[in-house]
Design a protein around this ligand. Structure first.
Ligand SMILES: [Zn+2]
Ligand SMILES: [Zn+2]
Length: 300
C-alpha cells in the first residue's frame, strides 16, 4: 500500500483519491487503530481542474475540511455523494468547516429514506435538540438532490448508482473520468451473503456483477470476520472473503477492503487482510487486495 495519491488522467485532467475515513459504525480513535484509521466513511476525489467529489460524510469529513481550509482565497465547489444516511455516513457534516464559509457551494446527492426527504434527514441531524447550529445557519450554499438507482447527473465525472443490500435505501457508486478511462466503484454497507430481506430483484447479484464489469478498483464493505458473519446476518455487511468473491466475479484488478469493524484493531486488520489475500490467491489470481488506510490513497 503506497501512500501516494490515486491518480488517473483523462483528457489532461488528473483525479486524486484519498481515504479520510475507513471505519464503520462509530469513530474509533486510539493507538490500536492508528494505522487503518478511526474516522468513519469519507473519501475525496480531487480533480485537476480544482473541483472536488466527496464520497460519504462520516467523521473523516472533518479532517478533509481542515485540509481544504488551508487553501486561502479560493472558494470551493464540491459534490457530496451519500451512500445512505446512517450516522457513520453523515456525522461529519456538522463539523465540515467549508460549510461555514460564504461563497462555497455544495451539492449533496443521496436517497430519501422511508419516505423522509434527504434534506429533512440532514436537518434533523442538526436539530437544536441535538446540535447547536442548524443547517440553514451555515454560510455556504447547500443544495440537496435526491437520486435513485441509475445515472447520476454529476457533470464532472461519469457516475452511476446501484441499490445495495443494506437496511434503508443504500446506494453504491461507480465513477469514472468523463472521457473514458479506468473506473472505481464504492460499495460500502452491502450484504453479499444470504442474510436479510431487502427490496431488490432476484437477479440482484448478477446485475451487480454486470454493474461492476470493467471496474479497475472496487472499494467494498468487509466489516465482519468469517467467524462473526452468521451472528450478524441481516445487518447489511460482508466479510473480506465475500468481497474478494465479488471482485473476482466482476474481474476487478484491485480490491480495497473498507468500513472496518470498530472492534478490529490494527493487528486484527492485518490478519484479516492476510487471510483475504490468501483466499484471493486461490479464487482470483492476480487480484490485488488491500485494506483502506486513513490518510492514504493510491495511483492507477
Ligand atoms: Zn456504515
Ligand atoms: Zn449503514
Amino acid at each position: 500500500m503506497d501512500h501516494a495519491p490515486f491518480l488517473c488522467r483523462s483528457a489532461g485532467v488528473s483525479y486524486r483519491l484519498t481515504f479520510w475515513g475507513t471505519r464503520g459504525s462509530i469513530p474509533t480513535p486510539g493507538p490500536q487503530t492508528a494505522r487503518y484509521g478511526g474516522n468513519t466513511a469519507c473519501i475525496s476525489i480531487t480533480h485537476g481542474d480544482g473541483r472536488l467529489t466527496i464520497l460519504d460524510a462520516g467523521s473523516g469529513l472533518r479532517p478533509l475540511g481542515h485540509e481544504l481550509m488551508t487553501r486561502p482565497g479560493r472558494t470551493l465547489t464540491a459534490d457530496v455523494l451519500l451512500s445512505h444516511t446512517h450516522w457513520d455516513h453523515i456525522q461529519g457534516l456538522p463539523f465540515f468547516k467549508p460549510l461555514s464559509a460564504r461563497g462555497n457551494r455544495f451539492c449533496v446527492y443521496g436517497a430519501a429514506q422511508e419516505g423522509v426527504p434527504l434534506e429533512e434527514i440532514l436537518r434533523r441531524q442538526m436539530d437544536p435538540m441535538v446540535f447547536p447550529v442548524p443547517l440553514e445557519a451555515l454560510a455556504a450554499r447547500i443544495e440537496v438532490r435526491e437520486i435513485v438507482e441509475g445515472d447520476v447527473p454529476l457533470g464532472e465525472l461519469r457516475v452511476r448508482a446501484f441499490r445495495l443490500r443494506h437496511p434503508g435505501t443504500t446506494l453504491g457508486y461507480r465513477l469514472g473520468p468523463p472521457g473514458g478511462g479506468r473506473d472505481i466503484a464504492y460499495l460500502t454497507d452491502n450484504e453479499l451473503g444470504p442474510g436479510g430481506t431487502y427490496p431488490v430483484s432476484e437477479d440482484w447479484r448478477a446485475r451487480l456483477v454486470q454493474f461492476l464489469a470493467g471496474t479497475d478498483t472496487l472499494i467494498h464493505d468487509a466489516m465482519y470476520s468469517d467467524q462473526f458473519i452468521q451472528q450478524r446476518a441481516g445487518w447489511g455487511h460482508s466479510t473480506p472473503r465475500q468481497a474478494v468473491g465479488l471482485a473476482a466475479a466482476a474481474g476487478c484488478a484491485r480490491l480495497m477492503l473498507f468500513h472496518h469493524e470498530p472492534e478490529h484493531d490494527d493487528v486484527t486488520m492485518d490478519h484479516l487482510l492476510a487471510d483475504a489475500r490468501e483466499y484471493a490467491r486461490g479464487v482470483a489470481p492476480g487480484l490485488v487486495v488491500e485494506a483502506a488506510m486513513e490518510g492514504s490513497g493510491f495511483s492507477l
